[in-house]
Design a binder for this molecule. Structure first.
Ligand code: UDP
Length: 496
C-alpha cells in the first residue's frame, strides 16, 4: 500500500549543511505531521551521528548510502568536511560524486518499491547538482536548498560563474546580476576564489554544481524575506529560479541541553557553561567560535589570545588546533601565550572549550553580548535570532559576503579575513571593545534585536502565518500541484 508522499532530503557531507537540513526536515515533519514521509539521506557515519541526536518522535527517517573514504585516497572514516582541510577537502568533495549511483538506486528502486511509487520531491544540497538529473529521469520534483542566506548565495553563484575580478584590475568592481551601481571590493574576496587557476578542480566543481542546481525546479533559501528583501530578488534573478525563503531554519528556542547536536558532543557540559555565564553581568561576555570546520593560523591564535586577555572582558572561546595541524587532534597549550588558560581561567574571565561547544545554549544566555564568528550562515542566524551582534572573521566559502552584508545591516564589525591576514592583538582589543561597549555596540545590539524580531515573526505558525511558514506552505502546495505558486520569480521592480 502506498505511504503518504515522500520527501527526501540530501545534504552535503558537511556539519553546517547537515544541521540546516536536519532543521528543515524536522520543521516539515512537525508542521505537516502524518502528511509526508520525511527522510534524510547520508553516508553511514553521518547517519549514525544524526541518529544519536534525533528523538524518535521527530518523525524524520534516516537512510544511509554506502561510502568508503579509503577508496578515494582519504583516511578511513572521513565522511564529513569537519575532519579534513585543504587537499583532503578537495578529495572529499570530489569523492562525493561517487554517491550518485547509490543515491539513484535508493530513490529509483528501494524507496519506490517500499512506497509503491517514487518520492514526491527531492530537496538536495547545491553541491549535489547531479540529483537534478536523477529527479528529471524519474519524474520527481526537485528543489535545491541553499543553507546560506540570499545575499551570500547570490554573490557565491555569480562570483563562481563569472569570476568578475579577473576582468579588471580595479580594487572595486561590479558583480554580474547585481544593480549597476553595486561595487564589491577585491580585498573582500575569499582566497579560494582568487587563487584557483582555470581548469582547476575547484572551479570545475563549483561551476558544475551551481549550473546543474540552476536547472532545478525551485530553490529554498535559509533566510527571512524581511531580513534580505533586495537580496532575495537578486537571488531569484541570478539563479533564474523560483526561490522560497523558508528560514530561519535554526532552533529559535533552546530546549536541548544535553550538549549533543547533530551527533557532535560538546567539549564542556552545558550546565557548567551556563553556570559560568550566570556569574557574569548581562551582555558582558564575548563568545568566540569559527564554526564546525575552520580554525585560524598559529600566529593569529596567539594574537587573538593576547587581544582577548588585554580587553579584560569575559569570553568563551571554542579552541581547536590552528591551521596546518590535525584539526581533530588534541589542543596543545603551546598554541597560546604561556599560562593563558590558567590565568584567564583562575580570574574567572576566560573559559576555553575544546573542539565543540553548546553554541545555542551559550548564545541564548543573557550574559552574552557579542559573537566573534567566521560568519557561517547557521552561526549568523543563531546569533541574530538571539539579538547578539557579531564580530566578523570570515574564513571561507560565502562567509566573506555574509560579513559584508552584516556590516551593511549594522549588526557586525569585521576584525579579520581569512588565515593569511596579520591580525594584531591591539586590533582585537579595539574591535571587541567597540562591540561590547560604547555607543556603536549599543546601536548594533538594537539592530540585532530588530533582526531577531523579524526572524521570529517570519516563523510564526499561528493564524497569522509568518512569511517563512507561508512560503513553506506554498512551496509544498506547489510540489503537490494543489495551488498555483506564489510569484516567487524575479521581477525587475524588486531591485529598484
Ligand atoms: N556549532 C556548535 N558548536 C560548535 C561549533 C559549531 O553547535 O562548537 C554549530 C553551530 O551552532 C552551527 C553549526 O555548528 O549550527 C556551524 O554552522 P555554520 O554555518 O555556522 O558554519 P560551518 O561550520 O558550516 O562553517
Amino acid at each position: 500500500m502506498a505511504r503518504q508522499p515522500h520527501i527526501v532530503l540530501f545534504p552535503l557531507l558537511a556539519q553546517g549543511h547537515i544541521i540546516a537540513f536536519l532543521a528543515l526536515a524536522k520543521l516539515i515533519a512537525r508542521r505537516y505531521s502524518g502528511r509526508f514521509t520525511v527522510t534524510i539521506v547520508s553516508t553511514p557515519l553521518n547517519v549514525r551521528s544524526l541518529r544519536q541526536s534525533l528523538p524518535p518522535e521527530s518523525g524524520v527517517l534516516l537512510r544511509e548510502i554506502p561510502f568508503r573514504s579509503a577508496d578515494h585516497g582519504l583516511p578511513p572514516d572521513t565522511e564529513n568536511t569537519d575532519s579534513v582541510t585543504g587537499e583532503g577537502l578537495e578529495k572529499l568533495l570530489g569523492a562525493s560524486a561517487s554517491l550518485r549511483p547509490q543515491f539513484e538506486r535508493l530513490i529509483a528502486e528501494e524507496i519506490t518499491r517500499e512506497d509503491g511509487r517514487p518520492p514526491l520531491c527531492i530537496i538536495a544540497d547545491v553541491f549535489f547538482g547531479w540529483t537534478v538529473q536523477i529527479a528529471e529521469k524519474l519524474g520527481v520534483f526537485h528543489a535545491v536548498f541553499t543553507t546560506c542566506g540570499a545575499f551570500g548565495t547570490a554573490m557565491y553563484f555569480s562570483m563562481w560563474l563569472h569570476r568578475p575580478h579577473r576582468h579588471t584590475t580595479a580594487e572595486e568592481f561590479w558583480v554580474p546580476g547585481f544593480p549597476e551601481g553595486f561595487r564589491f571590493r577585491r580585498s573582500q574576496l575569499p582566497r579560494s576564489l582568487t587563487s584557483l587557476e582555470d581548469g582547476s578542480f575547484g572551479i570545475a566543481f563549483m561551476t558544475e554544481h551551481i549550473t546543474l542546481s540552476m536547472s532545478s525546479k525551485a530553490m529554498l533559501c535559509n533566510t527571512v524575506e524581511g531580513l534580505e528583501p533586495v537580496a532575495m530578488a537578486l537571488l531569484r534573478k541570478i539563479a533564474g529560479l523560483r526561490v522560497w525563503s523558508v528560514g530561519a531554519v535554526v532552533p529559535l528556542e533552546t530546549t536541548n541541553s544535553s550538549g549533543r547536536r547533530a551527533g557532535r558532543m560538546a567539549g564542556v557540559d552545558p550546565e557548567t557553561c551556563l553556570r559560568w555565564l550566570d556569574a557574569h553581568p548581562p551582555r558582558s561576555v564575548l563568545y568566540v567560535s569559527f564554526g564546525s570546520q575552520n580554525s585560524v593560523s598559529a600566529p593569529q591564535m596567539m594574537a587573538l589570545a593576547a587581544g582577548l586577555e588585554a580587553t579584560r572582558r569575559p569570553f568563551i572561546w571554542v579552541v581547536r588546533p590552528p591551521l596546518g595541524f590535525d584539526i581533530k587532534g588534541e589542543f596543545k597549550d603551546e598554541w597560546l601565550p604561556e599560562g593563558f588558560e590558567d590565568r584567564t581561567g583562575r580570574s574567572g574571565r576566560g573559559l576555553l572549550v575544546r573542539n565543540w561547544a553548546p553554541q545555542l545554549e551559550i548564545l541564548s544566555h543573557p550574559s552574552v553580548g557579542g559573537f566573534l564568528s567566521h560568519c557561517g550562515w547557521n552561526s549568523v542566524l543563531e546569533s541574530l535570532s538571539r539579538g547578539v551582534p557579531l564580530i566578523g572573521w570570515p574564513m571561507a566559502a560565502e562567509q566573506f559576503y555574509n560579513s559584508n552584508m552584516l556590516e551593511e545591516l549594522g549588526v557586525c564589525a569585521e576584525l579579520g579575513r581569512g588565515v593569511e591576514q596579520r591580525v594584531s592583538s591591539v586590533e582585537v582589543e579595539r574591535v571587541v571593545g567597540l562591540v561590547l561597549g560604547g555607543e556603536k555596540g549599543e546601536d548594533m545590539r538594537r539592530k540585532a534585536a530588530s533582526a531577531a524580531k523579524t526572524m521570529r515573526a517570519a516563523s510564526e505558525e499561528g493564524e497569522e502565518k509568518g512569511s517563512s511558514i507561508a512560503a513553506l506552505d506554498n512551496f509544498l502546495a506547489t510540489v503537490l500541484g494543489t495551488t498555483p505558486p506564489d510569484d516567487n520569480r524575479y521581477s525587475p521592480s524588486d531591485t529598484q
